[in-house]
Design a protein around this ligand. Structure first.
Ligand code: XBP
Ligand code: MG
Length: 252
């Protein structure tokens, strides 16, 4: 089976964004006079829920039952998430934003080799477009055959919806593609869509159940900056390039 497309997850995979998301959530809670604070330990647990809006609602149900008594909970959650997205957008504009090692290199290798690149994320589309423009330039989003974001998926990861949307948009099967993810919910979503998965480790998802992954690396690495191969035969390489992904994909 020929590798036809790489499908990238965003948060934790393209870039280490979850601390910025967490900060944006906490700022939104303060703006709306909610005495909620998400510390790193709690947020690690909450990240098992895909989608910021769903995450806030789940938190309210489990940690603020009195809040549920209000009749306008859906409205409040939507306002929190909209406010959070404003704060996150400010970080994308002014913050210390960078793609993880090897991401831009691999996108370029794929483009030159005629392998499509796509996005499948539970984050909001404006967050993804903002990240791609900040890191790859104004035309960054155009380098992707499809950007499947939260708005494209009725059900968030671990449901396969967002990956199935990307496959339909590219008219490809799961076996034609390879997903690059950081989390167990992302792994589950891609596997449910029939897509083999490379995991790039991320501190927020360390220790997750990654048994279904085709291979696991610390990150994609760069020439001169070797990555750590946790699972998978490096074939003598010190970083992940398209040729290695093609070899792994053929064996998947
Ligand atoms: C990670 C998520 C997102 C972000 C927050 O997305 O689950 O919900 O944590 O972004 P990915 P939103 O699938 O890229 O790892 O608030 O826009 O949901
Ligand atoms: Mg992720």
């Amino acid at each position: 089976m020929t590798l036809r497309a790489l499908i990238f997850d965003v948060d934790g995979t393209l870039a280490e964004t979850e601390e910025a998301h967490r900060d944006a959530f906490n700022r939104a809670f303060a703006d709306l006079d909610l005495d909620w604070t998400w510390d790193k330990t709690l947020y690690r647990d909450l990240l098992k829920i895909g989608g910021g809006r769903e995450r806030v609602l789940a938190y309210a149900k489990s940690h603020a039952p009195d809040f549920l008594a209000r009749g306008d909970i859906e409205d409040i959650v939507a306002r929190v998430h909209d406010r959070k997205t404003v704060h996150y957008g400010r970080w994308l504009t002014d913050g210390n934003v960078a793609l993880r090692p090897g991401v831009e290199r691999l996108i370029g290798e794929a483009g030159r080799a005629g392998v499509k690149v796509a996005i499948a994320t539970t984050s909001r589309n404006e967050n993804v477009v903002g990240l791609l423009k900040r890191t790859l330039g104004p035309d960054g989003p155009k380098r992707f055959a499809v950007i499947a974001a939260a708005e494209a998926a009725a059900e968030k990861k671990p449901a396969p919806d967002v990956y199935l949307h990307a496959l339909r948009a590219m008219d490809l099967s799961g076996a034609d593609c390879l997903a690059i993810e950081d989390s167990s919910i992302g792994l589950a979503a891609a596997r449910a869509a029939g897509i083999p998965v490379l995991i790039t480790e991320y501190h927020y998802t360390a220790g997750a159940d990654l048994a279904e992954a085709m291979a696991i690396v610390s990150d994609l690495g760069e020439p001169g900056h070797p990555c750590r191969f946790v699972r998978g035969d490096a074939m003598g390489k010190t970083f992940v390039d398209l040729d290695l992904l093609k070899t792994w994909h053929a064996q998947a």
